[in-house]
Design a protein. Structure first.
Length: 198
């Protein structure tokens, strides 16, 4: 069995575990209120350098077939909020890369409200999370801090996420109809982190 197939099998098993844990829905508001570690934000800041290395952001190196665009100030501000949420939860830079790449695919870092006829069910916000799937209220999932922490909470429930290809880790949380599309944003996500952290 090749490495991608192994990761995919693990991701599918992890997805089943998350779905059963969450009652076939996204994380509950009560679950999101729980911090993933007992480490303080100050300790996390001391453990993680302000400007992460390329190896921390993309441990497997720069992937092929990358997409990019020039983000506007609002999109960059949303990326900073995703990074700050990861720091608040004491997560490493690799988690920030996965989260930003996911938001790039889902919304191009635009905090989307309901799009009417163009909406994918009731998906909204940076991560296109669905109230009907238990991700939170519309007000919550269109709050960048809340939606990022909801994504991170789902990510940290995936066993071995740190060692998975980005697209497998993101897909395990998002359960998208286009699971391979997250991979194309890995370098742009890493570049945004490098450019926006001091």
């Amino acid at each position: 069995m090749n490495m991608f197939a192994t990761y995919t099998r693990k991701a599918l098993l992890a997805t089943a575990g998350i779905a059963l844990t969450a009652g076939l829905a996204g994380p509950t508001s009560a679950a999101l209120a729980t911090e993933p570690t007992t480490q303080t934000v100050a300790q996390a800041a001391a453990d993680t350098p302000d400007k992460p290395t390329v190896e921390q952001l993309m441990p497997a190196g720069v992937p092929d077939n990358q997409s990019s665009f020039t983000p506007n100030s609002e999109q960059l501000d949303n990326a900073r909020k995703i990074i700050d949420a990861g720091k608040d939860m004491n997560l490493p830079p690799r988690a920030w890369t996965i989260a930003i790449a996911t938001a790039l695919q889902e919304s191009k870092l635009d905090n989307l409200g309901h799009l009417g006829d163009r909406n994918d069910h009731d998906s909204q916000g940076l991560f296109q999370q669905r109230p009907s799937s238990g991700w939170g209220t519309v007000e919550q999932i269109t709050d960048p801090d809340y939606s990022a922490k909801a994504f991170y909470k789902g990510l940290t429930q995936v066993d071995g996420w740190e060692d998975m290809p980005l697209t497998v880790a993101a897909q395990t949380v998002q359960v998208s109809a286009y699971p391979d599309h997250y991979a194309q944003w890995e370098k742009m996500a890493a570049d945004i982190i490098t450019d926006t952290t001091k």
